[in-house]
Design a protein around this ligand. Structure first.
Ligand code: MRU
Length: 391
């Protein structure tokens, strides 16, 4: 069964509630733009490409329902129809989370589609809506294809650059956060490369960090790797140095692969908090460090990582842990219950710093893998993205 974070048919959009994973698979209906905003802001849906696609499709689903039923737009929660309201709703969605640029990129492209449709001589509200719906639906289709290309380019690059005797030998990799089917329309970026390595028989083991404070690694990446029967081992974030320092064959990491929320024009990369530390460790241990991201994550309008706005989240996410209660049976077995508990784990419940992302400077990155190919630094140590934006 294919893992599907986003379920879309014309007029209907559902997202898999990632706050309930891995223990409960619950799909949420997204019926209004406000529903989409809430799902993104609360991180029921998260991951840079998935955020953009859910935002785009939430408007498409509302517009399709308008068309199918002739319903009063007010019943859908906001006035949707026509160029102005569509763009207003796009702008509203843009405020849901600030760091991932894919959403801003989608908004820019969809606004262009809307204004172009409006400029057509025979333009009507319905023709504008239809143009919007088709463009948003195309984003869903394109993302899966792009991720498969990233997976193949990344696996191929590793075959030529990792220090083990690849492809004869299998290799182990380390990843951070969740960049898979749950973070995208399907397949994934960094996790897509891991899927590609595995499907070609080249993966020994995927190690993944738990990714505090939100545990996208232990909850979501673990869930995906188990789902696909990919050999995997979780580590806590604090074990990464020990893992890279070990000389044992089984834990010998050839490459760290991460995703991105925004890649600045010079290659500096914002990704889940903890990524920067992993890149420093990789450099020290002479392990390759690569970033996997679609072109929509590369922001040529942002010169360097210092210009990227980093989302700060509430301290309570750091000072508490959330999870379902465990139920013990008389035979000694333990099952996961339905009740979610919040446990305090800090002396000071309100005083923690909680940036959701950090910036890895481009000097620490060996390659950036996109759906159009792999970008490496030139002889001056600079990334140049011109070639992959040529079309
Ligand atoms: O806060 P999140 O879970 O949205 O952060 C996600 C990440 O940092 C991912 O690595 C990134 O969005 C790439 S997902 C293909």
């Amino acid at each position: 069964m294919v893992l599907q974070a986003i379920k879309y048919t014309r007029g209907s959009l559902q997202v898999l509630d990632q706050l309930k994973l891995p223990y409960h698979e619950v799909y949420r209906d997204i019926r209004t733009v406000q529903d989409a905003w809430d799902a993104i802001h609360s991180m029921q849906v998260r991951g840079a490409p998935a955020i953009a696609i859910v935002a785009a499709l939430s408007i498409a689903a509302c517009l399709a329902r308008l068309k199918n039923t002739g319903a009063d737009p007010a019943l859908l929660g906001s006035d949707m129809s026509g160029a102005g309201p569509i763009c207003d709703n796009l702008q509203l969605l843009l405020t849901s989370r600030p760091t991932a640029v894919n959403l801003a990129d989608a908004v820019r492209k969809l606004e262009k589609v809307v204004w172009q449709a409006q400029a057509e001589p025979e333009s009507t509200d319905y023709s504008i809506n239809e143009a919007y719906i088709q463009a948003a639906e195309q984003m869903l289709v394109d993302d899966v294809q792009d991720n498969e290309n990233i997976g193949n380019y990344g696996a191929d690059w590793m075959s030529r650059h990792t220090i083990t005797a690849f492809p004869a030998a299998k290799l182990s990799v380390l990843t951070h956060c969740n960049t898979g089917s749950l973070a995208t329309a399907g397949y994934g970026t960094a996790l897509g490369i891991i899927r590609s390595l595995h499907s070609h028989g080249h993966l020994k083991r995927a190690f993944y960090t738990e990714t505090r404070p939100y545990n996208q690694g232990s909850r979501l990446t673990g869930y995906e790797l188990l789902h696909d029967n990919i050999p995997s081992t979780m580590i806590t974030d604090s074990m990464a140095g020990a893992l890279l320092g070990t000389k044992r064959e089984e834990e010998n990491i050839s490459c760290i692969i991460v995703g991105a929320d925004r890649v600045a024009a010079n290659g500096d990369t914002a990704n889940k908090i903890g990524t920067y530390g992993l890149a420093v460790l990789a450099k020290y241990h002479n392990v390759k460090f690569i970033v996997a991201a679609p072109r929509t994550t590369i922001d040529l309008l942002t010169p360097t990582g210092q210009d990227i706005k980093i989302e700060n989240r509430k301290p309570i996410e750091v000072t508490t842990m959330r999870g379902p209660t465990l139920q013990s049976s008389s035979d000694g077995s333990v099952t996961v219950g339905k009740d979610v508990q919040e446990i305090a784990i800090a002396a000071d419940l309100t005083g923690a710093w909680n940036p959701a992302f950090d910036v890895t400077c481009h000097g620490l990155i060996d390659a950036i893998v996109t759906e159009k190919g792999v970008v490496e630094k030139d002889e001056n140590g600079d990334f140049n993205f011109e070639k992959i934006f040529a079309d």
